[in-house]
Design a protein around this ligand. Structure first.
Ligand code: C2E
Ligand code: CA
Ligand code: CA
Length: 327
């Protein structure tokens, strides 16, 4: 059987595309009775749906993997209910002034059993199950309320960037969701930015241009994340309603040793400036990288050199002390 069928059926004026996956188990290796054989074929089918394989033959570890995933999924449901998600923040620093000019909100899961879990271990499953809609909405609301709380303590709070998942942006009412969250937070006083990965924006470009415009109309900025790793068309970059480009960490890591990566970084900075966009370098870990980026006229840096992502209380201290990058 094929995956998604290329030729749609036309039924009642609607185009329908049918897709099929197959899970296979065989007698007697995978089971000696019908029930076991069907159950194992089902496990292979589930696995094929997740992996995107057209057909998969059963292997004993499939059941264990599915069980493990189900446990994690249940734990994540509880995590959302019991508010075990937390936001840490990583400062962005202006290279001219050395001052903190932005914060990026990064999701963590405070699992009572294992402690802080990094996003790469649970965001893929949140996305697969659709729970990212709730988690992403929560992150935006939490960032806005943290900003207001700091402001009420008399602190000058920079713009806070929140990451947006493809699953969120694909929703028709994405702009409505954002509007609802920020109006709930008492809005206008809070400066926000949404970070959206490059590969995602290019997928459904016309619809995304409309949505991003809607976001900007609420005075929320838009940054393209992981820039340089996708395949953006230059003619679209100029048309996109965005305010900033974030150069992917992969180019920053090798910039001081690899001349190709150095030219990519330098080209992205020039491109951004010629389009009147701010440019931010991610993953800056050394002074050598920061100095080179300063020479290249990069606007902002973010990375372990200044600070990793830290809990909200620590950010409050940074803002109070006006922590800055030594020059
Ligand atoms: P990202 O948006 O590219 O975030 C940057 C990641 O690089 C963060 O990892 C950050 O801690 C790490 N990082 C920052 N500076 C350095 C450095 O100097 N060196 C190194 N080695 N790493 C650095 P983190 O927090 O583990 O987040 C990973 C990814 O998870 C993020 O990548 C983002 O794609 C996703 N993510 C995090 N929070 C959210 C969220 O609220 N919603 C969604 N949809 N995705 C999120
Ligand atoms: Ca990001
Ligand atoms: Ca990134």
């Amino acid at each position: 059987m094929s995956g998604i069928q290329k030729q749609p059926f036309l039924i009642g004026g609607q185009e329908l595309r049918v897709s099929a996956r197959t899970g296979v188990s065989s007698y007697p290796a995978d089971g000696e009775d019908i029930e076991t054989l069907l159950r194992n074929a089902e496990a292979a089918l589930k696995k094929a749906k997740l992996s995107g394989d057209k057909h998969l033959f059963y292997a004993p570890e499939f059941n264990a993997q599915i069980a493990e995933k189900l446990t994690l999924e249940n734990k994540l449901h509880r995590a959302l209910e019991q508010e075990q998600l937390v936001l840490h923040y990583q400062p962005k620093v202006n290279l001219k002034s050395g001052q903190i000019c932005g914060l990026e909100a990064l999701l963590r899961w405070n699992d009572p059993e294992t402690g802080l879990v990094p996003p790469m271990r649970f965001i893929p499953l949140l996305e697969e199950t659709g729970m990212i809609l709730e988690a992403g909405r929560w992150a935006l609301a939490k960032a806005a309320s943290d900003s207001l709380a700091w402001q009420s303590k008399g602190l000058r709070v920079p713009r806070i960037a929140v990451n947006v998942s493809p699953i969120q942006l694909q929703k028709k009412d994405f702009v409505g969701m954002v509007a609802q969250v920020i109006s709930g937070a008492g809005n206008t006083a809070v400066e926000l930015e949404l970070e959206i990965t490059e590969s995602l924006i290019m997928q459904d470009i016309e619809a995304n241009i409309q949505k991003l415009r809607g976001v900007q109309e609420m005075s929320i900025e838009v940054a393209i994340d992981d820039f340089g790793t996708g395949y953006s068309s230059l003619s679209y970059i100029a048309k996109l309603p965005v305010n900033a480009l974030k150069i992917d960490r992969a180019f920053i890591i090798n910039m001081t040793s690899n001349s190709d990566d150095l030219s990519i970084v330098s080209t992205i900075i020039s491109l951004a400036h010629s389009l009147n966009l701010r440019v931010i370098a991610e993953g800056v870990e050394t002074e050598e990288q920061a100095n080179l980026l300063r020479l290249l006229k990069c606007d902002e840096i973010q990375g372990y050199l200044f600070s990793p992502a830290v809990p909200a209380e620590r950010i409050e201290e940074f803002l109070r002390e006006k922590k800055s990058l030594p020059r």
